[in-house]
Write a protein that binds this ligand. Structure first.
Ligand SMILES: Nc1nc2c(ncn2[C@@H]2O[C@H](COP(=O)(O)OP(=O)(O)OP(=O)(O)O)[C@@H](O)[C@H]2O)c(=O)[nH]1
Ligand SMILES: [Mg+2]
Length: 394
């Protein structure tokens, strides 16, 4: 591994752990994983990018969620969305670690109709989001959920099943909890009754009218990032050495947070950070100048490696946003007295940024190896099948 072995400067913190140890652990883990052929099995169609399916009944809100999270559509505009009548696939590639393919499946199609090769689709799927409209009667949705997850599980038991209990904006907090408990109990009881005790469903209360949909999507995407423990570890080292209270690593295009330090996440903090990103991006879009070479990427956002923002709050805390790699930013809360040592924070940030870059480089190398591996496997398979068809002429 290249790069200097200088650890972070500590503000009275632990110097034993340094960024490079964390990266070395990660590289070893990835090499071990690479030796296991089994980990490639669910990519048998050669697609290395994780695939997320979004399923659910008609009008449950599937397309709205994708438009709001990935296309910055305002929630009110979703009122005019037409019903989806075919499968839409989209590549999401905003920042270094947020890279997947998302499929919007129309509510009205029967996915298990023989004209769909649902087995092939589930085999290459890493996450299945099932959207339930909480404002509607959800008996039919629960039936469909059960049918979908049990069939998908039989094909690919590694899929993460994520249930969005959606459109909860009209409900009081008590009512939301009641609804979640009811849906969760019914869905899990159905699985136990059917003998599917190993299927795990994760539930989220979501709405496009607040930050809950971004938080839920963040958690879904985090499960697809094998480097997550390393990123969390790096954030822990960064904050403990810099006197920072809480830090998130954000994809600024989607406002998905891909990692945070190990202290608990408070929704209000997350919302404040999302608002800060909106302010930075909005001001940059209105008054900033987009570099020409970015125009093909993410709509030519005027956001670059110089981007940063500082907001002094009225409660002796400072919000600090700093770019890490393209479209990836650290946003953190710093106490005013710690912020007086901004030089130390910036030095530690520099080490953190280098470490993230190294993790990303390793990720790219692993992805490249996987691609070559699949190309080799597929050429072997097609050579064998050509041989077989040549030796058995009809
Ligand atoms: N109140 C509320 N309405 C929502 C929310 N999300 C979506 N909707 C509304 O739900 C309606 C249906 O949304 P769509 O995104 O078209 O639903 P869909 O699941 O894609 O529907 P199909 O394409 O027909 O399968 C629209 O009028 C949206 O404005 C939400 O969080 N809260
Ligand atoms: Mg739709």
């Amino acid at each position: 591994m290249s790069g200097s072995r200088n650890g972070a400067a500590a503000a009275g913190g632990n110097t034993d752990l340094d960024y490079y140890d964390a990266i070395d652990d990660y590289v070893t883990a990835m090499q071990l994983e690479d030796d296991e052929e089994e980990c490639f099995s669910h990519h048998s169609d050669g697609v290395v990018k994780p695939r997320i399916l979004v399923m659910g009944l008609r009008k449950s809100g599937k397309s709205s969620i994708q438009k709001v999270v990935f296309h910055k559509m305002s929630p009110n505009e979703t009122l005019y969305l037409e019903s989806t009548n075919r499968i839409y696939t989209e590549d999401v590639n905003s920042s270094s670690f947020v890279s997947f393919q998302i499929w919007d499946l129309p509510g009205q199609i029967d996915f298990f109709d023989p004209i769909f090769d649902h087995e092939m689709i589930f085999r290459g799927t890493e996450a299945l989001i099932f959207v339930i409209d909480s404002q509607d009667d959800y008996v039919e949705a629960l039936d469909r959920l059960h049918n979908t997850v049990t069939r998908a599980y039989k094909v690919n038991p590694k899929i993460h099943f994520e249930v969005f209990i959606h459109k909860v904006d009209g409900l009081s907090d008590d009512h939301k909890i009641e609804k979640q408990q009811d849906i969760q109990k019914r869905a899990n009881d159905d699985l136990v009754d059917g003998g599917f005790t190993k299927i795990h469903l994760s539930f989220y209360l979501t709405s496009i009218y607040d930050h809950s949909i971004f938080e839920a999507f963040s958690k879904v995407v985090q499960k697809l990032i094998p480097q997550l423990p390393t990123l969390e570890n790096l954030l822990n080292i960064f904050i403990s050495n810099s006197g920072i209270e809480k830090a998130f690593l954000f994809d600024v295009v989607s406002k998905i947070y891909i990692a945070t330090d190990s202290s608990p996440v408070d929704m209000a903090t997350y919302e404040l950070f999302c608002d800060m990103i909106d302010v930075v991006i909005d001001i940059s879009c209105i008054y900033g100048r987009a570099p020409h070479h970015w125009e093909d990427n993410a709509g030519g956002l005027p956001y670059d490696d110089e981007s940063m923002a500082i907001i002094h709050l009225n409660n002796t805390t400072v919000m600090y946003l700093k770019e890490v790699t393209k479209f990836l930013a650290v946003v953190c809360f710093v106490r005013k007295e710690s912020f007086e040592r901004k030089g130390l924070i910036d030095y530690n940030f520099h080490c953190f940024k280098q470490a993230i870059q190294e993790v990303f480089d390793v990720r790219l190398r692993v992805q490249e190896n996987r691609k070559l591996y699949f190309q080799r496997r597929w050429s072997e398979v097609s050579a064998k099948s050509n041989e077989a068809s040549g030796s058995n002429p009809r």
